[in-house]
Design a protein around this ligand. Structure first.
Ligand code: C2E
Ligand code: CA
Ligand code: CA
Length: 312
């Protein structure tokens, strides 16, 4: 046998103290950087940069401003497309809240949602978001845009609040939007909380309205299989954190594959989020995933930019 030429490439992930975060996280962050390097192609080098979430906000100032923020119209709904794998067409979108703070600029939801949950204002924000989405759905219908299902995230506090389902029913009737065009996402953590039974009852009532339900951030918590079996979701969303290292980690590949199979066996469709490039698309499509969401298709966009995608 003659010589065989092998073409090898190596990717490098670098983290530097203190720019890349605390010393205790250096290994972890180098690994994240390696995953980033692989995402952008073979044989790349990536240096880890601390995440925006580690930015120092004055929590007290945010806390004080949050009460009037809704009235002052500081919130804006962004939309991120959800794409059908088979056709690569946009069939849905997730509504994601953005807070344009007069002093700090854009504040990511991972910062303000927990504050809103602590203060209970999340219930008002949820109502505001639902109304905005319903009005938007009506506009898209009137102006003959492609009609898609829009997902709304809900916190445990909202689900438990009195009149939660009644308000949704009232709003759907008031805005005359087909319930099938709305979906609610509940995180695995909230769904499996100590209030499991109450959440279950509420979700069954919600389902009766005709809206869709998705189990979000799947794979980050501890789901009991007996609960998952009776859980009234039509969609299982596999969390981005599980997908981040999929190109470099065989174990993650096997986990995602198994989760997709599990969801399908329970009669659910699967959305995988955090798809950032074609290699991730191809790999996860080969596992039989139904829908995908991620920067590869589009980042969350302001409504006027997003709706251009519904014209094509
Ligand atoms: P989530 O429900 O898991 O939403 C997906 C998050 O992943 C979004 O972050 C989205 O921008 C981000 N993402 C999507 N694709 C990619 C990708 O390919 N790469 C990367 N790096 N990121 C991607 P976002 O908008 O910052 O939202 C963070 C979380 O805040 C959401 O996580 C959700 O739990 C919460 N949230 C956002 N809006 C609302 C809201 O109106 N109500 C409630 N209760 N929670 C909300
Ligand atoms: Ca979500
Ligand atoms: Ca998620």
């Amino acid at each position: 046998m003659g010589d065989v030429g092998l073409h090898l490439t190596a990717s490098v992930g670098i983290s530097i103290y203190p720019e890349s975060g605390p010393a205790s996280n250096l290994f972890d962050n180098a690994y994240k950087a390696l995953a980033e390097a692989e995402k952008s192609g073979h044989g790349r080098i990536h240096i880890y940069e601390t995440d925006i979430l580690e930015h120092d906000y004055d929590e007290l100032a945010l806390y004080n401003g949050i009460h009037e923020a809704i009235e002052r119209n500081e919130f804006e709904v962004y939309y991120q497309p959800i794409v059908e794998v088979e056709t690569k067409e946009i069939v849905a979108a997730e509504a994601l809240m953005r807070w344009k703070h007069p002093q700090y600029g854009f504040i990511p939801p991972n910062i303000f949602i927990p504050i809103m949950e602590k203060t209970g204002i999340i219930i008002d924000l949820g109502k505001y978001l639902l109304e905005e989405v319903l009005k938007q759905q009506k506009r898209w219908e009137l102006f003959k845009f492609k009609q898609i299902q829009v997902s709304i995230n809900m916190s445990l506090l909202e689900v438990e609040a009195e009149g939660f389902v009644d308000n949704i029913e009232k709003q759907l009737v008031h805005h005359q939007v087909d319930p099938q065009l709305i979906k609610f996402e509940i995180t695995e953590d909230s769904a499996m909380s100590s209030e499991e039974q109450q959440v279950y009852t509420q979700l069954i009532a919600l389902k009766k309205l005709g809206v869709g339900i998705a189990l979000d951030d799947f794979g980050t918590g501890y789901t009991s299989f007996s609960y998952l079996k009776k859980f009234p979701a039509d969609i299982l969303k596999i969390d981005k954190t599980l997908v981040d290292y999929v190109l470099v980690n065989n174990e993650d590949q096997r986990i995602i594959k198994a989760m997709i199979e599990l969801g399908h066996n329970l009669g659910m469709k699967i959305v995988v989020e955090g798809i950032e490039n074609e290699r991730m698309f191809d790999m996860i499509a080969s596992y039989g995933c139904d829908y995908m969401q991620g920067y590869f298709f589009a980042k969350p966009l302001p409504v006027f930019e997003f709706q251009k995608l519904l014209r094509k």
